[in-house]
Design a protein around this ligand. Structure first.
Ligand code: AVJ
Length: 330
């Protein structure tokens, strides 16, 4: 079987680079200053994230793996026959393969579309699947979430089979609660029809110390992952960030329920030349946010789904009760 990867990017090459550059500058000009979270996910970033998932302290991954290990068959059985499954941000496919082989085991004809930002990592991930899949056909989609949503809206109008959107890893946590609700609502409105489903992994509001440790490991892998974002940003900004001017700082806001990752300036940093105004002057101690990881109580999850027209069908939880995999439908 030839490896199929479809390039669905709306912006390519130079245009995509211009957008990234503009997103970075807009972020630095805003107050408080920030960098776009997607800057963390170049090929190197995906590899470092993969290293994070092997850390014992990064429990969301282990929890989701344990849920899929135990319940993949149950989940596969809950999916319709002849469905099209589209995964947002498939990464290394380490977790998804558990579901794909469960679907295969039940002999349910399924087309699986793996969407990700890095085509090289996508190729590796798909190649890494064994060739034992006969009922499940695998196709890569190279693009952003937005590209994926638009592609899905077009696919939806062409096919009448059921669609299942797979969004694992509590990646929904990288959006604020309001953004998460409108992201899901936009999918429901533009790309899905009644009967279509979402499978979403969501991390709970766990013990604050445990959450903090998940993002502040002793080996410094998370630090490397976050710092790689600065190196990635540097490729768009003529190397303006000197890595030695910055430190990684992770803060868990327990009342609001989110972890926040910052670059914190170790000394005064002057980026006015590139930012174009005074907001480019970052005094020692200034923080540039790059990521938020929001956590959900069962009540918050229920109102998230309720608010965007998604109805809960099933929920699978790990033994420690820290993480849920939700099956919801439109
Ligand atoms: C894969 C986006 C869900 O926010 O928990 C892990 C990324 N960042 N450690 C998360 C991440 C730092 C992760 N997501």
């Amino acid at each position: 079987d030839a490896l199929r990867i479809i390039d669905i990017r709306s912006k390519k090459h130079g245009d995509a680079d211009d957008t990234t550059r503009r997103d970075i500058l807009d972020g630095l000009r805003s107050s408080p200053p920030m960098l776009p979270t997607y800057i963390l996910y170049d090929a190197k970033g995906l590899q470092l994230f993969d290293a994070i998932t092997r850390l014992e302290c990064y429990y969301p991954f282990a929890s989701e793996v344990s849920i899929l290990t135990q319940y993949a068959k149950d989940l596969a059985a809950s999916l319709p026959d002849n469905s099209t499954v589209v995964e947002l941000g498939c990464g290394s496919l380490a977790k998804t393969r558990l579901l794909l082989y469960a679907i295969e085991g039940l002999r349910k004809r399924t087309t699986y579309y793996a969407l990700d930002l890095s085509s090289s990592e996508l190729k590796k991930a798909i190649n890494g699947l064994d060739h034992g899949l006969r009922y499940v056909s695998v196709v890569g989609l190279h693009g952003t979430y937005d590209d994926g949503r638009k592609w899905l809206a077009r696919a939806r109008s062409k096919s009448s089979g059921p669609l299942v959107v797979l969004w694992l890893g509590s990646s929904i946590g990288n959006l604020s609660r309001v953004e998460a609700a409108s992201f899901l609502a936009q999918f429901v409105k533009e790309s899905l029809i009644p009967g279509d489903m979402f499978v979403i992994g969501i991390d709970r509001r766990n013990d604050p110390d445990i959450v903090w440790k998940a993002y502040n490991d002793d080996l410094g892998i998370t630090r490397k992952f976050i710092f790689n974002g600065l190196s990635h940003a540097n490729r768009y900004l003529n190397q303006v960030f000197r890595l030695e001017d910055w430190e990684y700082e992770g803060v868990y806001h327990k009342h609001e329920g989110y972890h926040e990752a910052f670059y914190s300036a170790l000394r005064d940093v002057d980026l006015r030349g590139i930012v174009g105004n005074d907001s480019g002057y970052l005094p020692a101690g200034a923080r540039v946010r790059v990521e938020q990881s929001w956590k959900y109580s069962p009540h918050e999850t229920a109102s998230l789904f309720d608010g965007c027209g998604l109805y809960p069908l099933r929920r699978w939880t790990d033994a420690a009760g820290m993480y849920d995999l939700h099956l919801v439908h439109v």
